[in-house]
Design a protein around this ligand. Structure first.
Ligand code: NOJ
Ligand code: CA
Length: 590
């Protein structure tokens, strides 16, 4: 087993220290300390998600590519990234931007070749970075050879690789809805039977009951692990086991089928088998996308004693204010309650993730911060402080380190997402919801908000491509871009970089106990992280106003570790209260 250097002080730390006085920081490197029990490289790492289509285009076709990722590894290394999670890079007809895989062992032609992949991985390793890839095995593409065979006839040897049923009363076998609109069943002309697809018609669900399917998946996993990848993000993994009998959903479950789809009877058998057969034989990191998994069920996936997954993504933060495509209001106490619950589900034997967005969600600053010109940067830094000081492995999504914002969508024609097209048909074209109502929510909830290309510079198309980008670049790239932020020590980018450095050198911020000091406070998130005799306080003002926060009895600030640039002056050691400036976020040592 190999463990990453835990307390090594790198060249970047020296840079962090030299920048520290800008913020009146009293940050000092932590001296050597014993490695806490339960430590693991994947708990200490910071993960950065790359959505390759929108990351960096090197050949001018308007689509990001693997060589584009390789070209930016120094940028990511300087930021402080330890692990890259690469969204699907496999051969795909792109009905759902790669989440519909045609060949699990081939690189998508638009992204490059296997040689490009090998080079990219070697360059990551050279920099001490690891790579995890997306395992999308609840479904494949309908163009996968298995499905091409499967649909041919009822006695084809691949028939049982997918889920086929006869129709009922002249319609689909049951009332399951697809997440991308319409029924989850599609009638196939060749045999007159229906196949199941929880997502698009072009994403037929694999039949995990069939041991041949499971062995194909395990072989694929070994193929990539043997190449040197360090683990997987597992797409909708709780959905792999289907309900016995596939009966109709009760009416109250139709709007949120994920809570039924995620609860199949054999999901834990399959994950334990996968662990036994594959994961336990390599030094891996695994994170399951746990859509439909409740807080109570979470430990079933992540309790280390059960030997399934290391972590899951809980949806309770990113979906706090959502009902499908509808946006709802949220309050800070609700957000804190979700964090407290998540922290509890990690328990003594599990581990959590910390994330505020990904390729399926709006931009975090537009969602939880304030993306108006005056508050965007400072609120993005406040959110970064929150995300990187939770007890859980942080997953940062590309562009969030710049405080990139939602896109100013106008009409339906500005969207690319397959989900939007299905919903438009189901809700708007059907006359159930007025177009303007749907669009007003979609502007805030659409997945395309996070999928617009990376804003590298003030050059045309934000420096993403020399051609025509596959999805429009946010016009604010002239103001918000990597080149200008790398040059500016006070930028969102440098705040992320400093936070990662502080986290890396402060075991209490990784492993320490989390305690919310004031769950009902509607303006300030105040929590401590404690490990042995080391104790830290994080204060975040979620408003545009100055808020005087009275410290609880007995709690004495000793020093400021890192501030997001909002504090007017350092707090006097031992002060009874802190005057928090708008969107101030500060880590203190107690
Ligand atoms: C979750 C992925 O994150 C999303 O992008 C995709 O559309 C669905 N799973 C289906 O694979
Ligand atoms: Ca390209």
């Amino acid at each position: 087993m190999f463990r990453r250097k835990f307390f090594g002080i790198t060249a970047m730390a020296a840079v962090a220290l030299s920048l520290a006085p800008l913020y009146g920081s009293a940050y000092a490197a932590t001296p050597q300390a014993p490695i806490p029990p339960g430590a693991a490289w994947w708990k200490e790492a910071v993960v950065y998600q790359v959505y390759p289509r929108s990351f960096n285009d090197t050949n001018g076709d308007g689509i990001g590519d693997l060589n584009g990722i390789t070209a930016k590894l120094d940028y990511l290394k300087t930021l402080g990234v330890d692990v890259i999670w690469l969204s699907p890079h496999f051969d795909s007809p792109n009905a759902d931007n790669g989440y519909d895989i045609r060949d699990y062992r081939k690189v998508m032609a638009e992204f490059g070749s296997m040689d490009d992949f090998d080079r990219m991985l070697a360059e990551m390793k050279k920099r001490g970075m690891r790579l995890i890839i997306d395992l999308v095995v609840n479904h494949s593409s309908d163009e996968h050879q298995w499905f091409v065979e499967s649909r041919k006839s009822k006695d084809n040897p691949y028939r049982d690789y997918y889920i086929w049923r006869d129709g009922k009363d002249g319609g689909a076998p049951n009332n399951y809805p697809s997440f991308f609109g319409g029924s989850a069943w599609e009638k196939d002309e060749a045999t007159g039977q229906y196949y199941l697809h929880y997502f698009a018609r072009k994403q037929p669900d694999l039949n995990w009951e069939n041991p041949k399917v499971r062995n194909e998946v395990y072989d694929t996993m070994r193929f990539w692990l043997d190449k040197g990848v360090s683990g997987f993000r597992m797409d909708v993994i709780p959905f792999i086991s289907k309900q016995n009998g596939l009966s109709d959903l009760p009416a109250d479950k139709l709007a949120h089928p994920e809570f039924v789809y995620a609860n199949g009877p054999r999901v834990h058998d399959y994950l334990q088998e996968m662990n036994r057969e594959v994961l336990s034989r390599y030094d891996t990191m695994t994170v399951g996308e746990a859509f439909g998994v409740t807080f109570e069920q979470a430990p079933l996936f992540t309790d280390a004693r059960r030997k399934e997954l290391n972590m899951i993504f809980h949806f309770d933060i990113v979906r706090l204010d959502r009902d499908g495509w509808r946006k709802k209001d949220w309050t800070l106490p609700q957000l804190k309650a979700a964090y407290a619950q998540i922290d509890r589900t990690g328990g003594t034997h599990g581990w959590n993730t910390s994330f505020l967005t990904n390729h399926d969600n709006p931009r975090s600053v537009s969602h939880f911060g304030d993306d108006s010109p005056e508050w965007r940067a400072v609120s993005a830094k406040a959110l970064a402080t929150m995300m990187l000081t939770q007890r859980g492995t942080p997953f940062l999504y590309q562009g969030d380190e710049l405080g990139m914002t939602n896109y100013p969508f106008r009409g339906i024609e500005d969207y690319n997402d397959v989900e939007v097209k299905g919903q438009w048909h189901d809700f708007v074209e059907s006359g159930k919801v007025p177009a303007e109502e749907y669009l007003s929510h979609l502007r805030q909830t659409s997945r395309d908000n996070a999928r617009t290309p990376m804003q590298w510079s003030a050059a045309p198309n934000g420096g993403f491509t020399s051609g025509k980008p596959w999805l429009a670049v946010n016009p604010n790239y002239t103001r918000i871009n990597a080149a200008s932020q790398v040059e500016d020590a006070g930028s969102v980018y440098h705040h992320y970089r400093r936070l990662m450095e502080v986290r890396r050198q402060t075991p209490a911020l990784i492993h320490g106990e989390f305690r919310d000091l004031d769950p009902a406070n509607p303006k300030v998130f105040a929590y401590t992280r404690t490990l042995d005799d080391k104790r830290y306080l994080v204060l975040i003002n979620f408003t545009r106003e100055t808020v005087v926060y009275g410290l609880p009895e007995g709690l004495k600030i000793a020093a400021t570790v890192l501030d997001n640039g909002a504090a007017q002056q350092p707090v006097q050691p031992g002060a009874a209260s802190v005057s928090l400036q708008p969107w101030q976020a500060t880590i203190y040592e107690l």
